[in-house]
Design a binder for this molecule. Structure first.
Ligand code: ZN
Length: 515
């Protein structure tokens, strides 16, 4: 068996016998007598210890010949916490696979994109995930198809395409091999919720507790671009553009079931897979918060903050370019000021959208901002020029925000654009690439929170937080120390989202920008 993550056989065994939800997605259980694999929370009768084997991923169980359980539905477990103990090559490979599968060119081309040999990549996968890259891709495709069968009313031919099978015959064969049933038979086994209208799809995306939904919403609400994003009634809504189509997503929290509910409105179901993967990244669903907190709580500045507001995640973004523009707009103005500017740009350069929920535009693509005009932009000429330069670099492919983007390379390229400093570059790496160790060095809010005087002192202090420095930054930005406030930042934020002073540190220090 592969080096089963950080979990020992004993830990897995205890988690399995107590059906401990904290371990959901962190390992899978194969039952030897039935050849079925389950999540730790499976309601089925627990098998004898001698009759089970543990696997770090669903793909590893599948590759060893186990079939997914139809009761606990392994495809619904929260994602594998990919960063935990895996080298960045594996994390990036996983992201690439979830962005586009392994369809074009297989393992060889995947390895080439990552700049490593394919044998080395295979070895890393086996060591950290217990499965080969192709088994991971195959399991992922099957799991997504299973979710579409269970949770939507899409016809099977559409599901075959949306899940990347290319044709119905391959799709049917995969289901026959894995489940010994036809897709139609599998659909008959589940109850339908029936709350889906035309071109609308609802997905349940599980997370591991704790998840600080209010904290996530408060962070997004303050930065919601008017017309593009709306946060109200405990929901996050935004317009989307993907593969030449426009639509919207709405995300809410189903806390009793440890899941986010994502409602997607898009004409073609072919984009559903990348859309759902982006939503998962945006809300940081794969994170193993308890493990992160365990390693951060040693710092006295973080101990109380972690304890008082458990479950805070690092918010990702829908689109890297949009986030980078937003970060540039935020330089030297308040978060609110930047939000107003972003709304103005969206209204002027974004494509209009007909949606009922307060969304009027999709955020402009790089092409539209490459020739942005200075007049009436409401900001200095130099900042408009910075945005134009960024947009051109994205158009000509110098800057990308895809999974094969190397974070150091991205930071370097961003800093080559006049007007973008290390703070902005780090902030973008943190939220656009989901880099858990990205850290906005020199951030004034962080210096203040820790009562430090120089970015060098901050840098030194942050060494102990690796590889979770982004989470430490979120806690220091968003949660005031208990001694200074009787109430939490979130109740403040709920009372008045406009004020919420604890969130106002999305401004780079002047020093950082001009450095
Ligand atoms: Zn099961």
């Amino acid at each position: 068996m592969a080096k089963l993550m950080e979990l020992s056989q004993q830990v897995c065994s205890r988690a399995r016998l107590t059906r401990d939800a904290r371990f959901d997605g962190k390992f899978f259980i194969g039952v030897l007598s039935t050849k079925i694999y389950c999540r730790p929370i499976c309601p089925a009768r627990t098998a004898k210890e001698s009759n089970v084997r543990y696997f770090p991923t669903a793909a590893a169980a599948a590759e060893s010949g186990f079939r997914p359980c139809l009761r606990c539905r392994p495809e619904c477990s929260p994602g594998t916490p990919a960063w935990l103990g895996t080298p960045s090559t594996v994390s990036r490979a996983l992201k690439l696979i979830s962005e586009s599968g392994l369809d074009d060119g297989g393992v060889e081309s995947l390895a080439e994109k990552l700049g490593v040999g394919s044998r080395h990549l295979r070895r890393l996968f086996l060591q950290h995930l217990g499965a080969s890259p192709s088994a991971v891709a195959k399991t992922q495709r099957l799991q997504f198809a299973k979710k579409l069968i269970d949770e939507t009313q899409l016809p099977m031919s559409e599901i075959a395409m949306a899940a990347g099978y290319g044709c119905v015959r391959r799709f049917n064969a995969a289901f026959r091999d894995t489940y010994s049933r036809t897709p139609t038979h599998i659909r008959k086994l589940v109850r339908k919720s029936g709350d889906q209208s035309a071109n609308q799809y609802v997905f349940r995306l599980r997370y591991r507790q704790p998840f600080h939904w209010e904290g996530m919403l408060a962070f997004l609400a303050l930065r919601a671009t008017p017309g593009v994003e709306v946060v109200e009634d405990g929901r996050y809504c935004r317009s989307i553009a993907i593969d030449g189509e426009r639509g919207w997503i709405e995300v809410s929290c189903d806390a009793p079931n440890d899941a986010l509910v994502a409602r997607v409105q898009i004409r073609s179901p072919r984009s559903l897979f990348p859309i759902i993967e982006r939503v998962r990244a945006m809300f940081d669903l794969n994170a193993d918060w308890l493990a992160i907190a365990r390693s951060l709580k040693a710092d006295s500045a973080l101990t109380e903050r972690l304890a008082s507001e458990p479950g805070l995640r690092v918010p990702g973004c829908w689109d890297g370019f949009e986030l980078a523009v937003r970060a540039i707009l935020g330089q030297q103005v308040s978060v609110k000021g930047a939000t107003t500017l972003a709304g103005r740009i969206a209204a002027r350069y974004g494509a209009p959208l007909l949606a009922a929920n307060g969304l009027t535009h999709v955020f402009p693509a790089a092409k539209a901002l490459a020739s942005m005009k200075v007049a009436n932009a409401g900001m200095p000429t130099s900042r408009v020029e910075t945005i134009r330069k960024l947009a051109r670099a994205v158009c000509d492919g110098t800057i990308t925000f895809t999974a094969d983007t190397d974070a150091d390379e991205l930071r370097k390229r961003l800093c080559e654009i006049p007007g973008i400093g290390p703070w902005t570059a780090q902030y973008v790496a943190m939220r656009a690439l989901g880099q858990p160790d990205a850290f906005p060095t020199g951030d004034l809010g962080l210096l203040k929170a820790l009562e430090l005087r120089s970015s060098r002192e901050l840098e030194r202090r942050s060494e102990a937080w690796r590889p979770w420095r982004a989470y430490a930054a979120m806690y220091l930005w968003c949660v005031p120390p208990l001694s200074r406030s009787a109430d939490s930042a979130y109740s403040d934020a709920r009372r008045s989202r406009e004020r919420a002073p604890a969130y106002q540190s999305e401004q780079p220090s002047y020093r950082a920008v001009t450095a």
